[in-house]
Design a protein around this ligand. Structure first.
Ligand SMILES: [Fe+2]
Ligand SMILES: [Fe+2]
Length: 263
C-alpha cells in the first residue's frame, strides 16, 4: 500500500508542522511530499527546513521560499507577507537558504502525480475557482500528459476539484474522498500553518492512499499560542502604522505607473 503524506504552506510554523508530522507517523505514512511555502509569516523557518530535511521530504519551492531567497520580488505580496518575508530574509541561515535554493518548481511522482505550488505554470497564481482549474487543466494536459492527480497549495484551503473532460466539479469535502479512475483531480491538502485562518487554528494536511484511490483530509490541533507569541516577539507581525505606510506607498507607486503608462 502506498500512502503519501501531503503538507503545504508550513510558513515557518514549527508547532503546526510537528503536530502534522506526529499525526502522519501515527497513520504510518512514510512517503512525505511538501508543496512549498516552507517559510514566511512565522518565526521558525530554519527549524521547519531542518524537520523536512531530517525526514527526507520531497519538497518543491513556493513563492514565499523564492521571495525569502530574493529570487522573487514583493510585487504580488500582501503587506503582512512582505513584512514577515523581510524578517525571514534577515534570519534565514545559510544552510536553510541552500536547501530552499535547491528545491524544484514542480515534481512528478510516478508519472500520474504532479506537485505544484500555485498554478501549473505560475507559482503565484491562486487556483480558487472552476475557471482557474479549467485553465490549469489545459496546462497540465499539455505539460504532463500522463498526470491524473495535481496537488497544489498556495490558496491555503483544503479542496478537491474533479474534471471529466472540460466539466469541473467542486467536490464536497469529506474526511475521505474517493478518486475515480477516468477523472483528473486538482487537490489542495490545506495549510499546515493556521496563523492566518479565522475559522480554526488547526494544522491541515492530506493523505493519499494510491492503492485505494482515495484522499483523506486531516486537521490536528497545535500550540498556536506559542507560534503567535514567537512571531510577535521576533518581529514577524506587521505593526499597524507600517501596514498603513506600505499601503500608501503601494498606491503611490500604482499612480506613478498609471501616469507613466498614459504618456
Ligand atoms: Fe502560502
Ligand atoms: Fe504561496
Amino acid at each position: 500500500m502506498a500512502l503519501y503524506g501531503l503538507v503545504a504552506d508550513i510558513h515557518g510554523n514549527r508547532e503546526a508542522l510537528a503536530a502534522a508530522l506526529a499525526a502522519l507517523d501515527r497513520r504510518n505514512v512514510r512517503h512525505l511530499l511538501c508543496l512549498g511555502d516552507i517559510v514566511g509569516y512565522n518565526a521558525d523557518p530554519d527549524e521547519c527546513v531542518a524537520m523536512l530535511r531530517e525526514r527526507a521530504v520531497l519538497a518543491i519551492a513556493g513563492n514565499h521560499d523564492l521571495i525569502g531567497l530574493g529570487r522573487l520580488d514583493f510585487a504580488r505580496c500582501s503587506n503582512k507577507a512582505m513584512y514577515s518575508l523581510k524578517r525571514t530574509r534577515r534570519s534565514l541561515s545559510a544552510a536553510a537558504a541552500d536547501y530552499l535554493a535547491e528545491l524544484p518548481g514542480y515534481r512528478v511522482i510516478g508519472k500520474r502525480i504532479v506537485l505544484v505550488h500555485g498554478g501549473v505554470r505560475d507559482v503565484e497564481q491562486y487556483m480558487v475557482n472552476e475557471e482557474h482549474i479549467r485553465q490549469n487543466a489545459g496546462y497540465l494536459a499539455a505539460d504532463f500528459p500522463e498526470a491524473r492527480l495535481c496537488f497544489f497549495g498556495h490558496s491555503h484551503d483544503q479542496k478537491v476539484y474533479e474534471l471529466r473532460g472540460e466539466a469541473v466539479r467542486d467536490v464536497p469535502l469529506l474526511p475521505c474522498v474517493p478518486l475515480l479512475q477516468d477523472r483528473v483531480y486538482f487537490i489542495n491538502p490545506g495549510s499546515v500553518d493556521a496563523s492566518r485562518k479565522r475559522e480554526h487554528k488547526l494544522a491541515e494536511f492530506a493523505v493519499l492512499d494510491s492503492d485505494a484511490s482515495q484522499v483523506e483530509f486531516w486537521r490536528v490541533p497545535y500550540d498556536c499560542a506559542a507560534t503567535e507569541a514567537k512571531a510577535a516577539v521576533f518581529g514577524y507581525r506587521i505593526p499597524p502604522l507600517v501596514d498603513r505606510a506600505y499601503t500608501v506607498r503601494k498606491r503611490l507607486f500604482r499612480r506613478i505607473a498609471r501616469k507613466a503608462a498614459a504618456r
